[in-house]
Design a binder for this molecule. Sequence first.
Ligand SMILES: NC(=O)c1ccc[n+]([C@@H]2O[C@H](COP(=O)([O-])OP(=O)(O)OC[C@H]3O[C@@H](n4cnc5c(N)ncnc54)[C@H](O)[C@@H]3O)[C@@H](O)[C@H]2O)c1
Ligand SMILES: O=P(O)(O)OC[C@@H](O)[C@@H](O)[C@H](O)[C@H](O)CO
Length: 483
Amino acid sequence: MSNPSGSSDSPVPLNDETVADIADGCAAVPTYDRSALVAGVVHIGAGSFHRAHQAVYFDELARRGATGWGVVAVGVHRPEITDVLDEQDNLFTVVQRDAEGSTARVIGSVVECLLQAEQPQAVADRLADPRIRLVTLTITADGYAVDDAQGRSGSVFDLLVDALDQRRRSGIAPFTVLSCDNLPDNGGAARRATMTSARRRGPEVAEWIEQRVTFPDSMVDRITPSTTPQDRVELAHEFDVADRWPVITEPFTQWVVQDAFCNDRPPLDQVGVRYVQDVTPYKLIKSRLLNGTHCALGYLGSLAGYDRLDEVMADPALAAFAERLMREEVAPLLPTDVPGMESEPYITHLLDRFANPAISDRLSRLGRRGSTKVPDCVLPSLREARAAGRPRRLLTLAVAAWLRYLRGTDLGGRPIEVHDARAEELRALAERGGSDPHLLLSLTDIFGDLAEDEQIVAQTGQFVAALDHNGVQDTVRSLLEAR
Ligand SMILES: NC(=O)c1ccc[n+]([C@@H]2O[C@H](COP(=O)([O-])OP(=O)(O)OC[C@H]3O[C@@H](n4cnc5c(N)ncnc54)[C@H](O)[C@@H]3O)[C@@H](O)[C@H]2O)c1
Ligand SMILES: O=P(O)(O)OC[C@@H](O)[C@@H](O)[C@H](O)[C@H](O)CO
């Protein structure tokens, strides 16, 4: 419930002492004794999503009386977050918004915030503490690249291996490593990265980890934009809370986790988490429909000059594109027997979520890291549609839009900032190739053998040219009408 008076004269600064005053206002606050919470989880990568998702589930557990699952949040790259949370006694506000209104809730499950670069010993101590039974990760796909050419050291996985080795030598059970990143095989990716680091360290620890540590797969879902300064102003105005780092999200949330824990399993099933044997079908459906369409709309929308996803969804041509991409080209390739994920209602709900006018989800967020997301969320559908002889022109347009986006300008010539670890290399190839996509499509580590399919190459090139000459809406409209 928001503050009907909308008063922002004296928003209450958020910390343990003031939280009771906030409880008198409009935001929900922790209903449990935070001083009794013991850390049972270390979370690495305390960005927006962790705070809108896993931290909320652990807060809900604490509200139900579980005291052993407090969270130590470790920042990797973003010192400002830990500074702010230190000042705020690790409290922060999650605001959920949609067309119906907003609600705010102060989350109390994070019991400590540490910054790896500044407090490496404290991080190592927590990870070695036997009370920590679970390590969760949101470090983006880039964080799993431990095998890169520089032979990166000090990676998150070196940190985990150091701690696991210390636990082994002290006779302490290992923790479970639970990736909450959007990767097709996130458990496998965490396992491979950990094992790469463990083998560098030595055969004994590598063998111990191989035999003792589990890396459950998970599907995570809650659309969470990056927090802006305006969000802080609005929180103060609507809820009378002065929070320097709130997080804004949608009402929907979902977490499906493989039931494969090598240490205690948190009773998250009591607060909405679904524990299953095989997460794969859940992830396929979510990543190909939600994240694949996010990519497509991120690139097409940016080229058309839009800034936010709700603006794109208010454009009839692009909204129709999103719906038909999902219903006609992507959904028919997906499993049909996954409880709660039946494609018709799932897609209808996704279209509503994408159109949420209240969360200001920026296309720049949806378009970031395309060199990992397009191969994970778009190209598999294209490849499978090709193999099955099914329609794939909308998927091909999504790929063409990405290639055009990589030039770093929209169709009106305005600059687009491409956030991608390979941005420079990709931009150079996109500029050199123009509407000839051969140079980019020949990057087999991204596109596999797609460049060998002359029909797809030709069509991709035609779509890049059509986008340049006719604009996004006309290209999309003529494609939809032609079917
Ligand atoms: N925001 C969402 O809607 C959402 C929903 C589901 C899943 N996710 C996933 O959660 C993860 C984090 O997303 P976010 O929205 O919180 O983004 P964010 O930018 O707020 O946070 C990213 C986090 O990853 C860390 N990180 C980035 N590169 C890293 C690297 N190379 N090594 C180690 N750590 C690194 C950063 O320090 C930061 O803590 C991503 O994998 C994303 O796909 C996000
Ligand atoms: O976070 P990314 O960059 O992997 O992907 C951007 C969005 O598609 C993603 O964050 C979604 O909002 C999320 O997966 C919804 O659960």
